[in-house]
Design a binder for this molecule. Structure first.
Ligand code: ADP
Ligand code: MN
Length: 515
């Protein structure tokens, strides 16, 4: 045996003739064994997907990991992908070699052997066009069976010893071949349909079974692919937007994912050296990508639909544009807050559904949420008073109600509280604005009372302190009813006069309770 080939496969056992001639040397054929049940297992598929997703988007930012997207590695960002592409190329060549060997060995022999099981690329997975039939080379449509001979009702044709029943092997075989047409289009059945190929019932049934399971597997794979892109919100269009930001010098590197929520994915990035509108790009940025899948946004209609700032536009927009409006809303709201001096991310740029803002945190580590941080009782008290003040500023100076305020959307950084996540924030004159405010107050009161801040107002006192309204009800139900009555009064007034009540004046002033 040729010593070179032996060296290529140190301990692969006796090397078959077809393998030793492979110009690449013999590949390592020790495949990882797993049962068919494993492969088909729903649970395994889910686990694999989870693993994949976790690997791609770890919960905590992996500081040591390589960058997610940089200017240099745009199309070859993944070593894994390159390796996989090379492997695929290799497998294809290997299979081609196998096919040649098969042909040579079989020659004109009546008994043929098949190397099918040794192939690397399952024909179903293969996207090579090698197996495809060239239409010009075939005289008739290779995918259409010749009209199958039908057996009359009596169940046989012919006379005497030439009688042919419907169970006749040849007729039956031809019929089976024709029935392969009913398999899923992706299932490659070769061009046997156009030839006089006879499939025994046993073979046909096995094929049919296989075709069905392949069809289901394919559907699952497809679903997984779709699902995962939606899950990460980085569809090709978003990717392109991000690349452009890097190419323009606005961003240096996108290092990784900070958070994947139901409606958005947040990435960390290092700012580039270019400027936007003469503003310096912050050294570290957070990129909030609003998901372009629509289902999660369905139940958020009420925030935007009734917001008079967006009213005229809402009805005319397609759902995709509505998602951009969430990003736009977050930008406007953050700007208002910035102007009022409320600690919050500073807007860098908005591009479609992608909002770039300053990063709250340091060295890729985001500031902890208030719910995750352990504060001394002194800091906790400080945080409470700061939030009370911020809620008042938000209401009076920005004319906004956060509408999703809780310990989840407040970050602790540099010894103070920062407000984030304001895409759903509305003006107090929003038809449900006061209800949203009351809900915010409930969250804040509960959190600080549980945290042991004795000074924390209850939710009703907090509501009055923030809004300047003087609702006197001493229980939640009555309080809620009064809030709704106020909202209704405002709505009726808008209906009748086309203008908001003076207490809900729409030129930015928050409602003042007028007895
Ligand atoms: P969601 O709608 O998904 O809750 P958020 O705006 O709350 O979106 O962002 C999700 C998470 O991403 C936050 O809880 C926070 O940990 C992180 N995050 C968002 N914006 C920033 C930022 N500017 N700086 C640091 N971390 C941020
Ligand atoms: Mn949030």
């Amino acid at each position: 045996m040729d010593p070179v080939e032996v060296a290529a496969v140190p301990d692969a056992g006796p090397v078959p003739a077809w393998q030793s001639k492979c110009p690449w040397g013999a590949p390592n054929t020790s495949a990882i064994s797993c049962s068919l049940a494993d492969v088909m297992s729903e649970q395994l598929a889910k686990e694999l997907q989870l693993e994949e997703e976790n690997a791609a988007f770890p919960e905590v930012p992996a500081v040591a990991e390589g960058p997610f997207i940089t200017g240099e590695n745009i199309d070859t960002s993944s070593d894994l992908m390159l390796a996989q592409m090379l492997q695929m190329e290799f497998d294809r060549e290997y299979d081609a070699q196998l096919r040649r060997e098969e042909k040579k060995i079989n020659g004109d022999s009546k008994v043929s052997i098949s190397f099918e099981n040794y192939r690397k690329v399952h024909p179903y997975d293969s996207d090579s066009s090698e197996d495809e039939v060239d239409w010009q080379d075939t005289r008739h449509d290779p995918y259409r069976a010749d009209k199958p001979t039908t057996t009359p009702r009596k169940g046989f044709i012919g006379k005497g010893k030439d009688i042919t029943t419907k169970h006749d092997e040849v007729v039956c075989g031809r019929k089976n071949t024709a029935r392969m047409e009913n398999f899923a289009p992706e299932f490659q059945v070769g061009d046997g349909i156009g030839m006089d190929l006879k499939l025994s019932n046993q073979v046909f049934n096995a094929l049919k079974q296989h075709a069905y399971s392949e069809e289901r597997r394919s559907a699952r794979l497809h679903e997984k692919k779709e699902h995962s892109t939606a899950e990460k919100a980085v569809d090709p269009k978003t990717r392109l937007l991000l690349y452009k930001m890097i190419n323009s010098g606005m961003l240096e590197t996108i290092t990784g994912c900070i958070s994947t929520g139901k409606e958005s994915v947040v990435f960390h990035a290092y700012g580039g050296s270019s400027t936007t509108e003469d503003k310096m790009i912050p050294a570290e940025c957070a990129i909030k990508v609003f998901k372009t899948t629509l289902n999660e946004f369905k139940n958020r209609d009420k925030y935007i639909k009734d917001d008079y700032r967006f009213k005229d536009r809402f009805s005319k927009l397609n759902p995709r544009k509505v998602i951009r409006m969430w990003a736009e809303k977050e930008m406007h709201n953050l700007t208002r807050m910035q102007n009022a001096g409320i600690p919050c991310p500073q807007v860098v740029i908005l591009k479609k559904h992608v909002l770039v803002m300053s990063f709250i945190g340091q060295d890729q580590v985001p500031a902890p949420k208030l719910k995750d941080v352990t504060l001394s009782s002194e800091d906790m008290k400080k945080a409470y008073y700061q939030i009370l003040h911020m809620m008042q500023q938000l209401y009076k100076e920005c004319s906004l109600v956060h509408a999703d305020l809780s310990e989840y959307n407040m970050l602790w950084h540099g010894g103070k509280v920062w407000l984030i996540d304001v895409s759903q924030s509305v003006e107090p004159t929003h038809p449900h604005g006061l209800e949203f405010l009351f809900r915010d107050c409930k969250n804040v009161s509960q959190f600080f009372q549980k945290a042991g801040v004795a000074e924390a107002l209850n939710e009703r006192e907090l509501f009055n302190a923030v809004s300047g309204l003087r609702i006197t009800a001493d229980n939640e139900v009555d309080f809620q009813a009064e809030i709704e009555a106020l909202e209704k009064m405002n709505e009726d007034h808008v209906q009748n006069h086309g203008k908001k009540l003076s207490m809900f004046s729409s030129d930015g002033d928050p409602p003042i309770y007028d007895e």
